[in-house]
Ligand binder design. Structure first.
Ligand SMILES: *Cc1c(COP(=O)(O)O)cnc(C)c1O
Length: 382
């Protein structure tokens, strides 16, 4: 990758900046956008239908596309009939989008702790937080891992709860020999600019429960019943009924066309992301830090997180920043936010103090990983 100032940087002996995350888009996406623009139908139409059909085939499950991952989570909750007076249990370590999506539906998000090894929903702590108002567990695939997914489904079955999986990180991965999204209750994916595939902005609700999918199809178009089929045909409904609060959450042809070009590249993206994560695992072994126990032949990692001694974190991040390497924090625990306050999430608290994420994206090279891990070794040997 070349930037206008890269020559200058080389001349003064600085290395090129390494970004935490980036989209991988090129000629195919440009052409897809150009052909939608030439067709002059930019809103929700045939491209969205085709993208949904291609996703449905890839995931072996019905799909409804929406404008982003947060909208997918919000509509998934609403389409399950969850709202005012209901509670949804969510692990504290996730993007605030998961919490906001639940509160947007009128339901109350209840933060629970994470498992200290996988950093996914703690089944024991989720069980402790179930009340007669609990209607669902939102299980987050943190860093593309699924933690004790079977334990979550068992708990949900015992208490008659829905399982809404926030699969924003895990598109393209496999779990127990099955594609993530093919078997479960309700999955929500994000196709934002930096996820495993992107539409620019986009999202999808995936479920074998046809009532959920049909509900989402109406809710994304202001609750206008059966309008999706008209839009796919380049038309719209003029005489209609509305029975529920809906939203303006549909996907556009422009975004869907980018998603279609990206879906063709997912196998290639998967191999690259998996190779980078394996290289990190290999190169960081033996250092005073912890990594997630993920099988990078199965999952397609969206982020690469490590945990260090809390006193060391700021220093390590600053050291890497001095060497033009961007790092991130995924995530500040949600139970520490004013709106979602809750107590007794010690493992989430610890994660919030000691974790950081290292660069991971398709344009990163194994040489970049070598450079980054060499610097981390240097930091710990000082
Ligand atoms: C990206 C993300 C979302 C939200 O998706 P958007 O498309 O950005 O709205 C939700 N949950 C998690 C864990 C995410 O990483």
């Amino acid at each position: 990758m070349r930037y206008d100032d890269s020559v200058d940087e080389k001349e003064v002996g600085m290395s090129e900046k390494v970004y935490l995350s980036r989209a991988s888009v090129g000629e195919e996406e440009k052409q897809a956008l150009a052909s939608v623009i030439d067709g002059m139908y930019l809103g929700m139409g045939q491209q969205v239908m085709l993208f949904e059909n291609e996703l449905a085939e890839y995931l072996s499950s019905p799909v409804a596309c929406v404008c982003n991952g947060t909208a997918a989570l919000h509509l998934a909750v609403q389409a399950c009939g969850i709202g005012e007076g209901d509670e949804v249990i969510i692990p504290s370590i996730t993007y605030v989008a998961s919490f906001q999506a639940v509160s947007a539906s009128g339901a109350t998000p209840i933060a629970c702790d994470v498992d200290p090894v996988t950093n996914c929903t703690s089944v024991e702590d989720a069980a402790r937080r179930i009340t007669p108002r609990t209607k669902a567990i939102m299980h987050v695939h943190y860093a593309s891992g699924m933690g004790d997914r079977e334990g979550i489904f068992k708990l949900a079955k015992q208490h008659n709860l829905r399982v809404i999986e926030d699969a924003a990180h895990s598109f393209g991965g496999m779990h127990n020999g099955k594609r993530v999204g093919s078997e479960g209750d309700v999955f929500c994916f994000s196709f934002d600019g930096i996820k495993n595939i992107t539409c620019g902005e986009g999202g999808a609700v995936v479920s074998h429960d046809e009532s959920v999918i049909n509900n989402v199809r109406d809710l994304r178009l202001l609750g206008i019943q059966n309008d999706s089929a008209q839009r796919y045909a380049g038309k719209r409904t003029w005489d209609f009924d509305v029975t529920e609060q809906g939203w303006r959450y549909h996907l556009s042809n422009l975004h869907a066309s980018v998603g279609r070009a990206q879906l063709k590249k997912i196998a290639d993206f998967a191999v690259k992301r998996q190779a980078l994560a394996k290289a990190y695992n290999e190169q960081l072994r033996g250092l005073p830090l912890r990594m997630l126990p993920l099988d990078y032949d199965q999952v397609v990692p969206h982020i690469f997180a490590i945990v260090v001694e809390p006193e060391k974190r700021a220093g390590l991040m600053a050291f890497l920043a001095d060497h033009q390497i961007e790092t991130g924090l995924h995530y500040k625990p949600n139970h520490q936010l004013t709106k979602y306050q809750s107590t007794n999430c010690p493992h989430a608290d610890a994660w919030g103090l000691g974790s950081l994420t290292l660069p991971l994206h398709v344009s990163l090279s194994t040489d970049d990983v070598m450079r980054i891990t060499k610097l981390i070794r240097e930091y710990f040997s000082r």
